[in-house]
Design a protein around this ligand. Structure first.
Ligand SMILES: NC(=O)c1ccc[n+]([C@@H]2O[C@H](COP(=O)([O-])OP(=O)(O)OC[C@H]3O[C@@H](n4cnc5c(N)ncnc54)[C@H](OP(=O)(O)O)[C@@H]3O)[C@@H](O)[C@H]2O)c1
Length: 246
């Protein structure tokens, strides 16, 4: 396994949840972090405890914001080694109840934000012909579930763009990985009026710990630069049949 010490890592959506856990996990490896999210105060809270980290306000729906995030990495460290496109929003509910504003926000954040996160990162990585791009997808981009049609559509799209980019980027020695995750115990579940899983499922008890998912992603980054892990699929053990079933 390769050391990640001094690797330069950009993470979108790093103000909480899995993004925060990723910042802490890569920080513990000695990486230089450039963290993005909309909530600057929350982002600075995360960065405060991490030795080499920059907090850059970034709304991934705006391509210029993504460019500013990556530019901050290049300005401070003259390179980008790892880009993690993690920022995402989820609005659950039936197709009939999904409004246009929520639909547009999910497409702009989850799909457009990830697409241009890849593009801007790839441009930066091409200078050295090396790098790793990790797109945080979801099991919702792999199987079908009711009441997730819009969110699921964005994650199936992330799967498509990640697979295509993996083949394109290989020609430049750049690795691309999709993280196909089942339920993770992050703050998002406490905010929802409507949950897309049965009431007997309790995220705090049944879902994956974001620190453990982040540790699995760190391991992907530590693999040899000579091979790529196309997908990291991880699902909570108890929920595996529901997650992989249809
Ligand atoms: N939780 C799960 O069960 C689960 C399962 C499978 C996959 N995932 C995936 O894991 C990733 C992280 O999810 P999570 O559960 O940690 O979600 P979360 O707790 O809701 O955190 C989402 C993060 O994205 C940021 N964000 C949202 N919109 C943004 C925008 N326009 N620009 C920049 N940042 C934005 C938020 O920060 P600001 O509000 O400060 O911008 C926040 O830091 C997502 O890609 C999600 O689809 C989660």
């Amino acid at each position: 396994m390769n050391s990640l010490k001094d690797q330069v890592v950009c993470i979108t959506g790093a103000s909480r949840g899995l993004g925060r856990a990723l910042a802490e996990a890569f920080g513990a490896e000695g990486c230089h972090l450039v963290l993005g999210a909309r909530n600057q105060a929350a982002l600075e809270d995360v960065a405060r405890d991490l030795p080499s980290s920059l907090a850059v306000q970034c709304d991934v729906r705006e391509v210029e914001d993504i460019r500013a995030l990556v530019d901050a990495a290049l300005a401070a460290h003259e390179r980008l080694d790892i880009m993690i496109n993690n920022a995402s929003v989820a609005h659950y509910g039936s197709l009939l109840s999904t409004n246009e504003a929520d639909f547009d926000q999910m497409v702009a954040t989850n799909l457009k934000g990830t697409f241009f996160g890849c593009q801007v990162a790839l441009e930066a990585m091409l200078a050295r012909h090396q790098g790793l791009i990790v797109n945080i997808s979801s099991i919702a981009g792999r199987r079908y579930a009711p009441n997730e049609s819009a969110y699921s559509a964005t994650k199936w799209a992330v799967q498509g763009l990640t697979g295509a980019l993996r083949l394109e980027a290989a020609a430049h020695n750049i690795r691309v990985t999709s993280v196909v995750a089942g339920g993770i115990n992050t703050p998002v579940w406490k905010e929802k009026d409507f949950l897309p899983f049965p009431p007997e499922v309790e995220p705090e008890r049944d879902f994956m710990d974001p620190k453990e998912v982040a540790a699995a992603i760190v391991n992907i980054a530590r693999h040899s630069k000579h091979f790529v892990v196309p997908e990291l699929v991880c699902v909570p053990l108890l929920a595996r049949e529901r997650d992989l079933g249809s």
